[in-house]
Design a protein around this ligand. Structure first.
Ligand code: HMG
Length: 398
């Protein structure tokens, strides 16, 4: 019998500061209710220039090994999902290889498809283990991104930053992913893109919401067909969605449950139990692009892992452009105790609250593509990796 395969451990990393969205709304002359209730956002993590995607990824992955008891020397595959690459050629995974002390006999690379890059890595890791190529080794998948839109644009309240590290293995201790039952959807659309010459994304906001919902309908429909044909018929006790902002997950859930035949009020009535626990951590950091779905999963497990042992959880990943996947897994027995020791929310403790002027100054300081501030020791928290600028054309990490 094939052993179960899935997510064995999770860890998060976030920048050390955030901005309160009600304060940003006031500064922009917008009623705070539009951001807080209308978009369902509360706080947004703001990355300093030394908190680049490599540093965030390294900090999430170091924390993963420190808290899970797993050994980096057993990693045979490391995939970094990102849409905030720092180089057109060298992948973030290469820096991670050194910063984490991964084995030389490991395959390491970066994967890009907007917010879907991390899910692509996770599904590849699953297949790599199922095929037997892993030979008992584990896979490390890290999602890392900084979401930036122009100041004062409609997208501004939906920014964020952070990284999630996932360890994928046989006999996973958190979530065993359902084998062979998955639903994919892809279409060439112009909803969101990040031209090479700029740091801020361009987005056709309302069109992007429709593209997300169309992709959900396609992927969920494909998943339901595959699920009906397979032998895993347990209902989904919880659902985690890609969360560009909380309201989007609410709209997605309403749409999915209406596709199940519920009326709009019936669909909305299931939101508090089926989705709300997954939105607590995303509401603290904003959109973290590739990591967004996995912040939602971490949030759900942090809140309810013990109660959900043995229950099935649905996962929806969306990447603009676009591609999407609906898949599911079962919470492992013993996950409740493990989640306690992983202390998933600890990186969010003790963060600094930035005022609007400070946030704008951070953005101005981070405007250059290749900042050169070598020689200045970045004020990181103890034990954390920091980007220390460019020296002789090379990125320096301390
Ligand atoms: P907007 O046009 O400024 O907002 O931008 P709006 O006018 O649509 O209002 C938003 C909501 O607030 C509405 O609720 C209003 O009614 C409500 P809804 O009708 O949607 O339920 N509202 C209020 N509520 C309470 N009190 C008030 C009030 N005023 C209004 N006073 C938009 C919204 C999302 C378009 C914008 O923020 C944006 O462009 N964001 C970026 C794009 C985005 O996140 N798209 C999501 C789908 S695409 C995706 O997820 C992929 C992505 O992650 C990238 C990737 O894959 O790499 C982005």
């Amino acid at each position: 019998m094939t052993p179960s395969i899935g997510i064995d451990a999770i860890a998060l990393a976030v920048p050390q500061g955030y901005i309160e969205l009600s304060e940003l709304a006031e500064a922009r002359g917008v009623p705070p209710g539009k951001y807080v209730e209308g978009l369902g956002v509360r706080r947004m993590a703001v990355a300093q220039r030394w908190e680049d995607p490599v540093a965030l990824a390294a900090n999430a992955a170091r924390r993963l090994f420190a808290t899970s008891g797993q050994d980096p020397s057993r990693v045979g595959l490391c995939v970094v999902g990102t849409e905030t690459a720092v180089d057109h050629s060298k992948p973030i995974a290469a820096w991670l290889h050194r910063l984490l002390g991964l084995p030389q006999r490991a395959r390491v690379y970066e994967s890009k498809h907007a917010c879907f890059g991390g899910t692509a890595g996770l599904l590849t890791a699953l297949d790599w283990i199922a095929s037997g190529s892993a030979g008992g080794r584990t896979a490390l998948v890290v999602c890392t991104d900084i979401a930036r839109y122009e100041l004062r644009s409609a997208g501004e309240p939906t920014q964020g930053a952070g990284a999630v590290a996932l360890l994928v293995s046989e006999r996973p201790r958190l979530l065993a992913l359902d084998p062979s039952v998955s639903g994919s959807y892809s279409k060439d659309v112009d909803d969101f893109w990040r031209p090479l010459h700029r740091k801020e994304a361009l987005v056709d906001g309302h069109h992007s919401v429709q593209c997300y919902l169309d992709a959900l309908e396609g992927a969920y429909g494909a998943w339901k067909e595959a699920n009906a044909a397979g032998d895993l018929h347990a209902p989904l006790a919880r659902r985690c969605y890609h969360v560009p902002y909380g309201k989007m997950a609410r709209k997605a859930h309403r749409h999915a449950r209406q596709l199940d035949g519920l009326s709009e009020p019936e669909a909305d009535a299931t939101f508090a139990a089926e989705v709300a626990p997954s939105l607590a951590l995303p509401a603290e950091v904003g959109n973290v692009y590739t990591g967004s779905l996995y912040f939602a999963l971490a949030s759900l497990l942090h809140a309810e892992a013990a109660k959900l042992e043995g229950a099935r959880v649905g996962l929806f990943s969306y990447g603009s452009g676009c591609t999407a996947e609906f898949f599911a897994g079962r919470v492992a027995s013993g996950a409740g105790a493990l989640v306690k020791s992983l202390a998933l929310d600890a990186p969010l403790e003790g963060r600094r609250r930035y005022g609007v002027a400070e946030y704008e100054a951070i953005r101005a300081a981070d405007a250059e593509a290749d900042p050169s501030f070598a020689g200045v020791r970045p004020p990181t928290r103890p034990g954390e990796v920091a980007f220390a600028g460019i020296e002789n054309g090379r990125r320096i990490y301390l």
